[in-house]
Design a protein around this ligand. Structure first.
Ligand SMILES: [Zn+2]
Length: 103
């Protein structure tokens, strides 16, 4: 479940492109291919300025869920459990290395 939060949406989509882009833009995002324009260009136009160190750790839980929902709809991942909710990295059958570190 996600709730509408403009900052969370912007941060989630900015980070998606940062991590999944090829040649600098996210080609799996339909509104990017339709406009032939990168996510970050569209975000700039609405005056979104990401924090310099923006990464998974900085995302709120809501932003993380927005990111995961979008990653599924763009076909980047199959399930929201493919990525670790704590660190955003791929999980394998054992789970995620970061979870082991905390115990
Ligand atoms: Zn992890």
């Amino acid at each position: 479940m996600t709730r509408f939060d403009r900052l969370d949406i912007c941060e989630a989509h900015y980070l998606l492109e940062l991590e999944w882009n090829s040649s600098g833009w996210l080609q799996e995002r339909p509104s990017n291919t339709r406009r032939m324009e990168a996510t970050h260009v569209q975000l700039e136009r609405i005056h979104f300025k990401p924090a310099l160190n923006l990464g998974w750790e900085e995302l709120s839980d809501n932003a993380r869920n927005i990111y995961l929902d979008a990653a599924i709809s763009f076909g980047l991942i199959k399930s929201s459990t493919d990525l670790c909710f704590e660190c955003g990295e791929w999980k394998d059958s054992q789970g995620c290395a970061c979870e082991g570190d905390e115990e």
